[in-house]
Design a protein around this ligand. Structure first.
Ligand code: NCD
Length: 495
């Protein structure tokens, strides 16, 4: 681990055999350092830069406490409205400046999603040796919280497998839930109970890799067989005003009281990322099953470990997520005249466009895609003065029913653009006619979709930084994931 961006960057081995045990080994060291019994060497040259747009009492301060106990120096940047971000400086330039000022680790909490991933990628590309750690990006992820949550479960229950784990409250916007569910998807024999109202259910894509049993519902009774109950604060600030009434009702319904604790197993533990904001009654907090303050303390050794790991690996190159390149294959290659002769004798059917002797024909595009892709190619500068583009819409196709065809006379696309379009519209075929030669290409392996579309999530970094270009990863069945904010969309939604 160099950067800490999303739980998705880790394998099961790295989470459960390396990082969690590493955090646990830090526990006695953190205790001794906090009590003043041992001093860590002076590592003032190791610099942590901390930046937070959203409020925080635990995450940011425990990063500061952790760096202090390690003997590092830390620099908390002023609130965002006192930085040049308010003068319209970009995120990329802001992060470069922190690197210039000597940051070894940058820990950031943002409202915008995917900022940390974007900055980790561009700082590495530009040769800055910095670890970026995500302290929460909007409603997306909160990976350092997941490690302290896993440490808590391991310390309190003795295991990270064979567990029934219940989540309660705001599973829609609770980023700590999203990251923890991703990690639990990699642990053996975990069952989930997801208790929330319908306004607060977990977005489906966070469960896509979860193999165990999942029971969902609104009723607290679902939590009665849980080894771990993970309660959450309802993220009032992220809900639109129209649902405020439903939210207040849910807040009252899911408040943890002594009465409610009777429902839980005697050996269950009750966790919460905090702040609970009156989510527990004062008496309920005193129940020995409620381990929220221990959990909060585990944030310190956990972040000591994560800081050390990130700093030690800051010179390494790290690929963040699924960026395997796509590939096309040539399924037909022939002299143009021979090809046309055979085709003429085979097909007597009506033709929808005049043949071209030079250029590209993108065939088998889904309906409505033709004009949109043409628009993208125009914006990306592929259509020049000599180009003659035709969009053929909604014509019959044996394999698709109806299809669009883009005939691009005197236009040749780059390999990267062909792979992007083909990954985006996987059935598309590319006929390239050049130097009296006909070549037909189809997709062999889908790759990232770049230079196409716009992330529909207004809160995604690609809509907030001129250097952050949209990038999507095809995940099958016409679905694509935004590389930065992690949300899943239907491919046509990005036009
Ligand atoms: C959470 C967060 O900010 O996501 N808190 C935390 O970091 N411990 C939960 C919340 O704000 O409700």
């Amino acid at each position: 681990m160099k950067n800490l961006i999303s739980i998705e960057q880790f394998s099961a081995r790295e989470i459960f055999k390396v990082i969690v045990p590493g955090c646990i080994r830090m526990i006695p060291k953190a205790r001794r350092a906090q009590s003043g019994k041992v001093k860590f060497p002076d590592y003032r040259e190791r610099k942590l830069t901390i930046f937070s747009v959203e409020p925080s009492t635990r995450t940011i301060d425990s990063y500061m406490e952790a760096s202090g106990l390690l003997g590092w120096s830390d620099h908390r940047t002023p609130p965002p409205d006192a930085t040049s971000l308010t003068k319209n400086e970009s995120w990329a330039e802001t992060a470069r400046t922190w690197a210039i000022q000597g940051a070894g680790v940058i820990a950031m909490r943002t409202k915008i999603e995917g900022v940390q991933k974007f900055l980790a990628e561009i700082l590495e590309r530009d040769g800055w040796n910095v670890s970026i750690q995500n302290c929460g990006d909007g409603e997306h992820e909160h990976p350092s919280q997941t490690f302290l949550d896993l440490v808590t479960i391991k310390q309190e229950k003795g295991r990270l497998n064979n567990l029934v784990i219940g989540f309660l409250g705001d599973l829609r916007f609770g980023r700590t839930v999203h990251s923890l569910v991703k990690a639990l998807s990699l642990a053996p024999n975990i069952s989930l109970r997801l208790v929330s109202t319908k306004e607060m259910t977990i977005p489906e894509h966070y469960l896509k890799n979860f193999k165990g049993e999942v029971k969902c519902g609104e009723e607290m009774e679902l939590l009665s067989d849980c080894d771990v109950v993970y309660a959450t604060r309802i993220q009032v600030e992220r809900f639109p005003d129209e649902v405020k009434y439903a939210i207040n009702k849910a807040k009252a319904k899911y408040r943890i009281t002594e009465e409610m604790l009777k429902l839980f197993r005697p050996d269950a533990i009750v966790m919460h990322p905090l702040p609970h904001a009156n989510g527990f009654s004062p008496k309920a907090i005193l129940d020995k099953r409620v381990v929220i303050h221990k959990q909060s303390w585990y944030g310190i050794p956990t972040r000591m470990y994560l800081l050390n790991r990130g700093y030690a690996n800051r010179f390494k190159k790290e690929s963040l997520g699924r960026v395997a390149k796509g590939k096309m294959k040539i399924v037909h290659e022939e002299n143009l005249k021979d090809y046309l002769r055979k085709k003429r004798s085979k097909h007597k059917r009506q033709r929808y466009f005049n043949r071209i002797n030079n250029g590209t024909v993108i065939d088998h595009l889904p309906r409505d895609f033709g004009a949109k892709i043409r628009n993208i190619l125009e914006k990306a500068g592929f259509l020049k003065e000599e180009s003659v583009p035709h969009t053929i819409e909604d014509v019959p196709s044996d394999s698709m029913g109806k299809k669009d065809v883009l005939v691009l006379e005197n236009v040749f696309l780059t390999k990267a653009m062909i792979i992007s379009i083909a990954s985006f519209a996987p059935g598309a075929t590319f006929n390239i006619i050049e130097n009296n030669c006909f070549r037909k290409l189809v997709l062999e392996k889908a790759g990232p979709i770049e230079e196409i579309g716009k992330c529909p999530n207004q809160n995604c970094i690609t809509n907030h930084d001129p250097e952050a270009f949209p990038k999507f990863i095809p995940v099958g069945a016409g679905n694509i994931d935004c590389h930065y904010c992690g949300r899943t969309f239907k491919n046509y939604e990005i036009f």
